[in-house]
Each structure stands twice: as C-alpha cells, then as structure tokens.
Unconditional design. Structure first.
Length: 210
C-alpha cells in the first residue's frame, strides 16, 4: 500500500504526552482534577497571547489557578514537573509503526530545553522539531505551521493533534491536511473539521501504516 504522506508532524502535550495527568499530579491530590484542567484550559490561552517563554506561561497559569483555588504560589513548580510528564501508553508503539514509513516531526507550544527533556520519553527520533521559542509565537497562531512548511518543502505533510483549537483549525486555514487525535471525544469547532479523525495514536498508526 502506497503511503498517503511523506511526513507526519504532531502536537506534543495532549497528543503524545499525557499533559492532564502531568499537570494534575503537579498540583497534588488536594484539588479536583477536572477543575484544574478546566482552569488551565481557560487561563493558558490568555497568558499566551503575548509571547513569553513557556516556563513563564506555565508559572503564570499555575499562579492564577492557585488564586482561583485559594492558595498562593509563584507557579514555578509546574514547569519543573514537565520533564516527568509521561507519554500515553499508545504513543511509542504508534510512533514506531509510523517511523517505518514516514519522517516525523513535532510542532509544540514549548521551550527548546523543555522539549529536549520530554523527548527522552520517546523511543523514536524526530526529523523536525519546531517550538514556540523558535518562532516566538503560540498556536493557534500560524508561525509553527508556516515555519514547518518552509523546512518541509513540497513533501506530502499531515499534521496530527489532539487540540482542535490549537492545531486543526489553523492547519485547515492554511490548507494543511490534518488528523484529529480526538482522545476526549469532543465536538469540532467552526473551521475544525479534520481531514482524518481517530480516537488515539493507535488509530492513526492503523490509518497510515496498516
């Protein structure tokens, strides 16, 4: 079977890495998991509107979450926890299958040093890694994608991600084929209908490397 794409890029945290478990573990067991994730999802995109290093984004987001939950913190603990955030169980087996026939890449809202530590959890290497630090912008801004296109050239490219908001919508706006790894069984946003939709990374591997 001929492959559909030459290179597959991924969002990292939420798609490959279980960021929800990582974040809630960092806050400890005294708070409701769903409330922490709800607040993080609400606050972080606002903090990211003006570029600052992702360590600072995490610290400010954690600081504001703490204020909502009734405790004071400088928030630095959240970035310090990030290197310990683990991949989903399906991530590495799927990446290994995909690696056999595709180039792989990461487009992530993160700093270079943090993604370097996260990459230790993966069993494959990546041909392309583009961070917010490199492009001085956060998705759903377009800079990750336009920079990736410059580096990829004319190769057939698919971008895969869990976040409809951060990844599928901007990929669609730029005419980049997208795969929505819809781990949470969410509804798509306006402009967020993907080229492909799968439930997890195993489903993506089955689609692209059966």
């Amino acid at each position: 079977m001929d492959r559909l794409y030459d290179i597959v890029t991924f969002d990292c945290y939420g798609t490959l890495i279980d960021w929800e478990s990582g974040i809630t573990s960092a806050f400890g067991n005294d708070f409701d998991r769903d409330e922490i994730i709800r607040l993080h999802t609400e606050i972080e995109p606002i903090v990211e509107r003006d570029y600052r290093p992702y360590r600072d984004v995490l610290a400010e987001t954690a600081k504001q979450i703490g204020a909502r939950l009734g405790f004071s913190t400088d928030g630095r603990f959240l970035a310090e926890s990030l290197p310990s955030w683990k991949p989903f169980p399906d991530t590495n087996p799927a990446l290994e299958r995909l690696r056999a026939g595709h180039r792989l890449g990461i487009l992530s809202n993160v700093d270079d040093d943090l993604i370097a530590l996260t990459r230790r959890h993966f069993t494959v290497d990546f041909d392309l890694v583009i961070t917010a630090q490199q492009v001085r912008s956060y998705k759903p801004g377009h800079a990750h994608f336009t920079t990736a296109r410059e580096r990829i050239g004319n190769a057939r490219w698919l971008h895969a991600a869990q976040s409809n908001y951060h990844d599928v919508v901007p990929a669609n706006a730029l005419g980049i084929p997208s795969a929505w790894v819809n781990r949470k069984n969410e509804d798509s946003l306006p402009g967020g209908i993907p080229t492909h939709e799968v439930r997890d990374m195993a489903g993506l591997a089955e689609l692209l490397a059966p």
